[in-house]
Design a protein around this ligand. Sequence first.
Ligand code: PEP
Ligand code: MG
Length: 579
Amino acid sequence: MKTFIGIPASAGIAIAKAFVYVDETTFEIPRFRIDKTMAAAEWDRLQQAVTRAAEEVSALHKRAQQEVSREHADIFQAHLFLLEDTDFHDQIKNLLDTNLLNVEWIVWDVSREISHKLMQSPDPVFRERAVDIADISRRIICNLLGITCSRTALAELDKDIILAAHDLMPSDMLTMNKSRVKGIALDEGSSTCHTAILARAFNIPAVMGLSDFSKQINDGEMLALNGTSGNITVNPDKQSLTQYKTDEKEQQKQIKRLNSLRELPAQTTDGYRVALKANIGFLEEAASLKQYGAEGIGLYRSEFLYITPGKAAEEETQYHAYSHVLKAMGKHSVTIRTIDVGGDKIAPELLTVNEKNPLLGWRAIRLSLANPGLFKVQLRAMLRASVHGTMRIMFPLISGIEEMEQALALLDEARAECKKKKQPWSDSVEVGAMIEIPSAAITADILAEKSDFFSIGTNDLIQYSLAVDRGNEKVSYLGDALHPAVLRFLKQTIDAAHAKGIKAAVCGELASDPEVTGILLGLGLDELSMAAPSIPRIKEIIRSVSLESCKALAVQALQGRSIAEVRAAADEWALQHGI
Ligand code: PEP
Ligand code: MG
């Protein structure tokens, strides 16, 4: 028995066998010359590998038709067509005969060439095919090498497991058979990285930042994981297992108690009402929000529409997704964030660029403004969907007024284009800026002139104000929201919003941290948006305190000269209020 402690990233207990995932983008593809007389045998070897790959894809296609959605089944259908594509086979045959290299290398070379060309296309449908090509060539190569393609195996899981890996891309999280992944344990990551955010969205207990955990365990070893405390035990003995099970029962009891608050307002004892909303990444999540008492969606991370493997972000796809979410939320508002790709996240396949400093690079609104065509597709889809409910649009990673004005101008153009096509939209759509960069917080008074609301993205605001990569477990201890600088940025932003008569929200992970709820309320926030399962606990805290005491705490916290001083004030306050 061995115990590891990491960063708690998604609450809950999981007990299952380990599945150690090795990202095969790191596996080596052999390259060697072959004799002319061997070319025919190499070709035969390829045909056999393609046949096996086709059998695997057919099985997946069948299962997707039965279990998942039609769209997923269509992806596998597209893969089957590609496996039979004569152009693809002809290119491999030509290279094999002329270059006389082993067929694994040739498949990789050809697929890289095709993917690269497709990726340059302005048409998302072609870029989407690049992802498919990469997927099927990976499958063929794994078959040629006789190894289990672990990414493929993730999609094909048929037993309950705890997924252990060095790191996971959000796209791995989408590919995996989620119903079988009972827990996630990662060497890298922190509680605010995107894989953690997805784990919470999928309600999968997770622990991150475990250093070299994935190297220290073997496939099939028994694991017990507590995503609330960050503990993992390998091969737990009877006593330890009993402890995990007791903790699980305790957590379930707490969930039951908190669920009884569902219909009650998030209101302090002296009548201050806060809106508690949900963060979502997938339209399917909208259906479950009511059970947690969410009063709308404060952050819909629309970029996930762009990364579902094999799916293009066409206007119609987006229009249907946004309409679906708006209709599902009824009278409650839905805040859709325009795509935020790049940086540590997502869509590497679709919008790939190699950058030395991706977190300071071409991401979020920067990417949208540089691709006005792509951006306006999204804006038109949003405007058209706005007639189905109450929509708010917000722009991520705004650094100053110029970007806000450019984004608003493109929104105007999108309106004009809808008008031309006689497509209606709602006039009451509010448009806001996300405050995630120190420059935006400092100029919040100026940004407020052009914004209907602010939403503070504390995950990025903390990352950029303290120079702490949010996905790097080695420095995650520095990314502390209670740093006086972070509190000052929050105060400045909220005050600037209120001076202009607009509302201020927090939609970063901080919104769900019980340790700071009192401070956030005391600073005057109007709205908190978080992973839906966290809403009941935060509501319980809000209902047990007065705004007056929160304000006194905020004043004290703002006087803190260090993280320790701020934390001492927050802890004392929590103790007094039994939190
Ligand atoms: C944030 O930065 O706090 C935020 C909500 O956006 P994301 O986590 O998607 O970057
Ligand atoms: Mg952000």
